[in-house]
Design a protein around this ligand. Sequence first.
Ligand SMILES: C[S@@+](CC[C@H](N)C(=O)[O-])C[C@H]1O[C@@H](n2cnc3c(N)ncnc32)[C@H](O)[C@@H]1O
Length: 193
Amino acid sequence: MDINAISTSLGPRFEVVAGDTAKALAALALPPGARVLDVGTGSGHNAIFLAARGFDVVTGEPADDRSMYAGREWAENARKAGVRERIRFESFDASAMPFESEAFDAVFLFGMLHHAPEERRPAVMSEALRVVKQAGAVVVCEPGAEVLQMVRADDPGHPDAANPGEYVIAGQAREQRLTGSWMEIYLFRKPDA
Ligand SMILES: C[S@@+](CC[C@H](N)C(=O)[O-])C[C@H]1O[C@@H](n2cnc3c(N)ncnc32)[C@H](O)[C@@H]1O
């Protein structure tokens, strides 16, 4: 199924996620079949888009997250999109990831970082940089002002967007910033060995 057909099946929110992550992918030029980690599964839209683009995707969220943003039928959505077999789900907390160092070509946190408690965000960013390969990238997408306003119509207590650069140790990665249609996109490139 191509991206347009998946958008028709999953709806406009998928289309926006796909558009913003496509912008990050254009800047990264990942090899075909690259192994990628999607942190914060939610509805699975970002994982589904990455799988539809031909990547080998691992995704996860904490097993004990009872918020309205977790446990949102990602597998059913992935089945509808025809990519269920290309996504592996594993429960984990992003501040202590159960993966080996340098296991992934790229790590994506789409709409996730601001949901982690402030005191755990440095560990989340440091874990994302640990599990990505040398010369790989961590992509963090955080909501812009307009989308935050929309989200708060349903969830008035929704946290502010995070600025991921505040949680990265200087010299650990080179930061580049792009603007998506809903999200601010931050790319952190890990230096080569
Ligand atoms: C708004 S949803 C993300 C949307 C999702 N990326 C998508 O494309 O549909 C936020 C996600 O972050 C996850 N999350 C919150 N705290 C987390 C943590 N400490 N570790 C991993 N995931 C976390 C939630 O469980 C939820 O899946």
